[in-house]
Design a protein around this ligand. Structure first.
Ligand SMILES: NC(=O)C1=CN([C@@H]2O[C@H](COP(=O)(O)OP(=O)(O)OC[C@H]3O[C@@H](n4cnc5c(N)ncnc54)[C@H](OP(=O)(O)O)[C@@H]3O)[C@@H](O)[C@H]2O)[C@@H](O)CC1
Ligand SMILES: [K+]
Length: 461
């Protein structure tokens, strides 16, 4: 699990560090890390460092001084003035200083640009000259190494256009929200988190890693039978959306559930032709999956109540989200941004601009865990902790992915995982299946790839 720290949290950690270690040269440590990664990305070409006025510029200038020992380094102080000591070091090391025009002219001869305009202090957007330069970097496909974060992005919200687009980002001590929240994360390239000795406090926002999913994944033992592995009761699908039932069941079976019961309206012939191991009709289960493919069913609350008679917890998806039976501790809600907006009575764009706080709010009010689906998948617990699932490629943004995901999560809930782990592990393995099978595989095909992903995970653990 990787901590994700806000700009304020990072500044507080830095202050604690300086209080305990007065006089330590943190900027020197940061600059050495930047120079090290710069040398990895591009071994010998000319380097252009774009430096802002603050400490981010200082990191870039000291890195420039280190790199200038072995190669030609140009520095563009984008605002004329820049970090004094850093500038002196860069000049003493023989870096050549250029202006905006000089930077643009030099770009075709450079192998690497280091973006040290702004980091924790970055405001959204770039002034015109920098925006023009960042666009020129984009169109020339030159490698850009951003110091701390791509300048022009807000560290906490990720908002910011125009901004630099990095091939690599070197950040310090911990990830920041802009490194993990799409679309900003897509502008960071590969992110290196470098230990510079600053310890961050435990955070309420974290990003899961594959190793976490491997640790949690419920593997059967010699004493496991189908009931011990968990029974999932599905009430999903409708005459109009029959496929939703099949997709969810596929997710659960390929994630390794012990047994599936199906108590929805889709004809048994259709279900059993595809999945002959399914037991038709309701009965005792460890978890239910509700709502996928219901459409606007007037009997929604009856369907939710009926499932409660058979299963202690449920995954609530799609239209069942609007028929929640009061507080539902231990349950898992799986809305996308539009559905979460409807639950909160706000606009979709409001949720998209504040995904963490919106997901937290619904978790707090309902007592359930909320998996907010989208390009970044947030899992918010009623206590306020938010975990971001392992990211995947964008191919899986396709109708039906959510139905499969509900089924995977149902299998994990039924196996006894707490709702937050079921949500993080479920959305992570689906993303990992997409990452390991690049290309436009439809959700049912990706579900069939889950067993090899899970086998690999469990073997690696
Ligand atoms: N904390 C730590 O542990 C460590 C921190 N370290 C480093 O310090 C950095 C934080 O430094 P910081 O506080 O000086 O702020 P910083 O990021 O340089 O930004 C402020 C400057 O940027 C400017 N500016 C803002 N937005 C802009 C935009 N969109 N486009 C253009 N310009 C923009 C803003 O302009 P102004 O407001 O003056 O007009 C101001 O001049 C941190 O990211 C890391 O790199 C490491 O050395 C060691 C460990
Ligand atoms: K930067």
């Amino acid at each position: 699990m990787r901590a994700v720290v806000t700009a304020a949290g990072m500044r507080a950690a830095e202050q604690r560090f300086f209080d305990a270690n007065p006089g330590v040269d943190l900027m020197g440590r940061a600059a050495r890390a930047v120079a090290r990664v710069a040398a990895e990305v591009n071994t010998a070409g000319q380097v252009l460092v774009v430096a802002g006025r603050g400490n981010n510029g200082g990191d870039g200038l000291f890195a420039a001084a280190i790199l200038a020992a072995h190669r030609r380094v140009l520095v563009w102080p984008a605002f004329g003035r820049t970090h004094d000591a850093g500038q002196a070091a860069a000049r003493a090391a023989g870096c050549q200083f250029v202006d905006a025009l000089g930077a643009l002219e030099a770009l075709p001869d450079c192998g690497l640009v280091i973006d040290a305009v702004a980091g924790l202090g970055s405001r959204p957007g770039l002034p015109q000259a920098l925006a023009t330069f960042a666009a020129a970097c984009d169109s020339s496909a030159i490698d850009v190494l951003s110091v701390d974060l791509p300048s022009g992005l807000d560290a906490d919200s990720g908002a910011g256009q125009p901004s630099f687009r990095a091939t690599r980002t070197v950040t310090f001590a911990a990830l920041k929200p802009c490194h993990v929240a799409q679309p900003a994360a897509g502008r960071c390239g590969r992110v290196h988190v470098v230990d510079i000795g600053v310890e961050v406090a435990a955070t309420q926002l974290r990003q899961a890693e594959e190793a976490d999913v491997a640790t949690w994944w419920p593997t059967p033992t010699a004493s496991s039978d189908k009931y011990a592995r968990g029974v999932v009761l599905f009430d999903t699908g409708s005459a109009r959306y029959q496929g939703a039932a099949l997709l969810g069941i596929s997710g659960a079976l390929h994630a390794g559930t012990g047994m599936v019961r199906y108590a929805g309206p889709v004809h048994s012939g259709l279900i059993l032709t595809r999945y002959p191991s399914v037991v038709m009709g309701d009965g005792r289960a460890q978890a239910a999956v509700l709502g996928s493919g219901w459409g606007e069913d007037e009997g929604a609350s009856g369907r939710v109540s009926s499932a409660r008679l058979h299963a202690p917890v449920a995954v609530v998806d799609a239209d069942a989200l609007y028929s929640l039976p009061g507080r539902i501790d231990g349950w898992l809600l799986t809305p996308h941004a539009g559905e979460l907006a409807r639950l909160l009575g706000c606009s979709r764009s409001h949720v998209e601009s504040r995904p963490v706080s919106c997901a937290r709010e619904v978790a707090r009010v309902t007592g359930a865990t909320v998996l907010l689906k989208g390009a970044t998948q947030y899992v918010a617990e009623p206590g306020g902790r938010v975990t971001i699932a392992v990211p995947g490629p964008h191919w899986s943004a396709q109708a039906g992915s959510g139905d499969v995901l509900a089924g995977i999560c149902g299998a994990l809930l039924a196996a006894g995982l707490p709702a937050w782990q079921a949500a993080v592990a479920g959305s992570s393995v689906q993303a990992m299946a997409a990452a390991r099978n690049p290309g436009p595989y439809p959700p049912d095909e990706l579900a069939r790839r889950l067993p090899e992903v899970i086998a690999g995970l469990v073997a690696a653990d």
